[in-house]
Each structure stands twice: as structure tokens, then as C-alpha cells.
Design a protein around this ligand. Structure first.
Ligand SMILES: [Fe+2]
Length: 298
């Protein structure tokens, strides 16, 4: 019994998913500019400091993520989830489903997942961006419903990175990769690994999480810029550190400007002011209808 409890705790080191996002905000207190990743030289030292001062729960979360996100694990999760045969539901329904995710957050001071999504979308709307961009803000984290399918936190959130090739040393808590079995696979440990120079991120396998999953759910319905934002919004090693350009093709390089434009809305718009859900609902119902059929396969 106590053994079970212990392994359950090891599956969920974070008190809630926002702990990971709070840690991102500590690491990246300033928004990036859309066309350039930030100060490549300064970062390494800073990273080590963030690692040293990270909460034990955050450290444990990254330890599990880096230990278990192997090439084979990614293939297994793609087989398990990319058939999209787990549920059929509409976008708003998926938002309400995500809202049933109960974690240790304090219901009096913390906003629900649905409220966070609305805040992000409302900020994008406020800044006068196109309707597809607002919709992207609304839905970008819906892949977190993977938690409700019983997936552990480290397989849902966390900075993403390609598997099947060497890990950039700009990935936070890089040292934990020593525990990853792929570190003993020579074919995965060169800079390009199993990939070809410039062959495009679409031909690379990303570590498994909510970004990749949602991309597959919505890919037929949104413009390519939106799909990049969704698929790579947690790919901090690329969009904030400027790494992995050797895997990118010309389209990737161009589209990452959009990923960088999106990032501040993801990271910095969450406040404690509660959006009025029932007032906002008609606008978002119409926006969802504009792009999506009544139900999607999840
Ligand atoms: Fe996210």
C-alpha cells in the first residue's frame, strides 16, 4: 500500500501543472523578440542557477521527464494516442473536460484551466490579432487532457525537445539525460542523430506531450501559423534558446517567428482577474464554429 502511494507520488511530483509554468517564467522573465532567440552566451550560467534554486518538486518533475522521454517511449505514445480514438467532443466540451482536472491548486485564489485559456485568448484579442490567433490562444493547452487519460505529468507538460538525436546542452536540467537509456544508443547521440540536416521538424520526433497531441487533433482545421504555435509552444530549446536550427527547413525557420510571437501570451498573460465566462461564451462559440466541426476526435 505505502509502496503504491510512493510510486503515485513519483508519477506526480508537481502540486499542479502551473508549477512547471511558474518555473518557465522564472527562467524567462522577459518576452523574447519575434525574430531572434535571446542572448546565447549569458544563458548557460543562468540556467545552472535556475536549476540550483528550483523547487524540489520541479527538479523531480524534470528528472522523470528526462529519464523517461526516450525514442521508444515517444513511438509508443504516438501509437497509443494518435489514432485519436479516445473520445469524441467539441472544443468547448474539451475545455470543460480539462476543467475537471483536479490538482492541488487553491480554488479560491487560482483560476481554473478554462479561465486561463480565456485569459490568454482575451489578451490576444485585446491586442488586435486575427481571429485564428485568438482561437489558438483559447485552445493551445487542451492537450493537457492527457492527464485525464491517466498520463503522468512528465508525459504531458515540460519543455519539449527532439528525440533520436543529441540533446542540446541548453535544455534545462540537461544532466538528468544521463539516466535516459537513449544516452547509451550511439545512433541517437550525434548532433543529427537519425535525421538529415535541414530535413524539417515535421520529420523529427518530439518528446511526447500536450503540444504534439493537440496538433494532431486540430491539424486539418487551422492555418499553418496556428499549427506551429500549438505544436511547438513548449519547444523552449528552439524558440527561446535558438537551438536545433540544423533540423529545421526554411518553412520551420520562417514559422518560428509566429511561435515566438505567441510565447508571451502563453507565459505572461495569466493574472488573478477572473474572466466572465458566461459573458464571453457567445463570442467564443461563434469563433469555434468558424473553424471547427461540432465534434473532433481526441
Ligand atoms: Fe502549454
Amino acid at each position: 500500500m505505502s509502496q503504491n502511494k510512493k510510486s503515485a507520488a513519483a508519477q506526480a511530483p508537481l502540486a499542479n501543472l502551473e508549477e512547471w509554468e511558474d518555473f518557465l517564467k522564472e527562467r524567462y522573465p522577459e518576452p523574447a523578440t519575434p525574430f531572434a532567440a535571446v542572448q546565447p552566451d549569458k544563458k548557460k550560467e543562468e540556467f545552472r542557477n535556475y536549476e540550483a534554486t528550483a523547487r524540489p518538486t520541479v527538479r523531480e518533475f524534470y528528472r522523470l521527464n528526462h529519464r523517461h522521454q526516450t525514442f521508444d517511449f515517444v513511438q509508443q505514445k504516438r501509437r497509443q494516442f494518435l489514432e485519436l480514438n479516445h473520445r469524441r467532443m467539441g472544443v468547448w466540451e474539451a475545455m470543460e473536460f480539462l476543467n475537471t482536472l483536479v490538482d492541488d491548486s487553491d480554488p479560491d485564489t487560482d483560476l481554473s484551466q478554462l479561465e486561463h485559456l480565456l485569459q490568454t485568448a482575451e489578451q490576444i484579442r485585446h491586442d488586435g490579432h486575427p481571429r485564428w490567433f485568438i482561437l489558438t490562444g483559447l485552445i493551445h493547452d487542451l492537450g493537457k487532457i492527457l492527464c485525464l487519460f491517466g498520463e503522468p505529468q512528465w508525459a504531458v507538460v515540460g519543455d519539449t525537445f527532439p528525440v533520436g538525436c543529441a540533446w542540446s546542452d541548453k535544455i534545462v536540467f540537461h544532466d538528468f539525460f544521463a539516466e535516459n537509456p537513449d544516452s547509451r544508443e550511439p545512433r541517437f547521440q550525434t548532433k543529427l542523430g537519425i535525421y538529415k540536416e535541414g530535413s524539417g521538424l515535421n520529420n523529427a520526433f518530439m518528446s511526447w506531450g500536450h503540444d504534439e497531441y493537440l496538433y494532431h487533433v486540430v491539424q486539418e482545421h487551422l492555418p499553418v501559423e496556428a499549427l506551429y504555435m500549438i505544436r511547438y509552444h513548449s519547444f523552449y530549446p528552439a524558440h527561446r534558446e535558438g537551438e536545433y536550427t540544423h533540423l529545421m527547413n526554411e518553412q520551420d525557420k520562417k514559422m518560428f517567428a509566429w511561435v515566438r510571437t505567441f510565447n508571451p501570451y502563453d507565459l505572461y498573460t495569466k493574472s488573478h482577474s477572473r474572466p466572465n465566462v458566461s459573458e464571453l461564451r457567445p463570442f467564443y462559440d461563434e469563433l469555434i464554429r468558424e473553424y471547427f466541426p461540432p465534434t473532433l476526435n481526441w
